[in-house]
Design a protein around this ligand. Structure first.
Ligand SMILES: C[S@@+](CC[C@H](N)C(=O)[O-])C[C@H]1O[C@@H](n2cnc3c(N)ncnc32)[C@H](O)[C@@H]1O
Length: 200
């Protein structure tokens, strides 16, 4: 496993090595005072960038099931006296403790969602994401295209935007945005898509 650039421990491959976090965060059109969650934050490089550069007046939640990632985020918080950061160790599919219903403006999952398919916990994950977002909040998912290509997770773990649109619709969430020209340049084209959902 490669050590993430910020030295934090991560369970999985940090997207800092191959995705442009500014390209991703700009898609969210943050105004500066939102409540934002990096769900499946890994090394936390996206949560940290959002706090330091995009949400001076907002609040950031960093959530991961891997205890070492959350410990490292707690060290970062303490060493830098960051008040507007809450780090939570939790399995998203089992519920995120301490996060109220309809309290989050934007939740972002980068290279996390395919894991819910692998663990057959798609409905549980979507229910929890729907619970925490505000009525006009956004769920933003960036993941690998459902292509049979060597880079990224096995093909059977991937979902297409159409698969996600159907899944989220069955939980009362409508697709509001889709960008299929994002991510890394691979021989087949752009590696990822970014899709957003809101409550109906
Ligand atoms: C491939 S890494 C991506 C990390 C980060 N989002 C990034 O872009 O670098 C996937 C992360 O999702 C976390 N994760 C996987 N399943 C999870 C779950 N059910 N609940 C919370 N975190 C989860 C893993 O621990 C890991 O840190």
């Amino acid at each position: 496993m490669m050590m993430p650039e910020n030295g934090h421990r991560a369970h999985g491959f940090s997207s800092a090595f191959f995705l442009d976090s500014d390209e991703i965060i700009k898609e969210l059109d943050l105004k500066g005072n939102e409540t934002f969650m990096d769900a499946g934050c890994g090394d936390g490089h996206i949560a940290i960038k959002v706090i330091e550069e995009y949400l001076p007046e907002g609040h950031v939640y960093a959530v991961d099931v891997y205890d070492a990632s959350i410990e490292d985020m707690e060290t970062y918080k303490k060493e830098n006296n960051i008040e507007n950061l809450t780090n939570i160790e939790a399995d998203i599919t089992e519920g995120i403790p301490g996060v109220d219903d309809e309290s989050i403006d934007v939740v972002l999952l980068v290279n996390v969602f395919h894991g819910f398919k692998a663990s057959r916990k798609l409905d549980e994950a979507v229910d929890e994401l729907a619970r925490i977002i505000k009525k006009d909040g956004k769920i933003a998912i960036m993941d690998y295209k459902a292509w049979d290509v060597p880079k990224g997770p096995p093909t059977q773990m991937r979902s297409s935007p159409e698969d996600l649109e159907k899944l989220f619709a069955s939980h009362g969430l409508k697709m509001t945005y889709l960008n299929e020209e994002i991510g890394e340049d691979i021989p087949e084209g752009k590696s990822h898509y970014l899709i957003m959902f809101e409550k109906e």
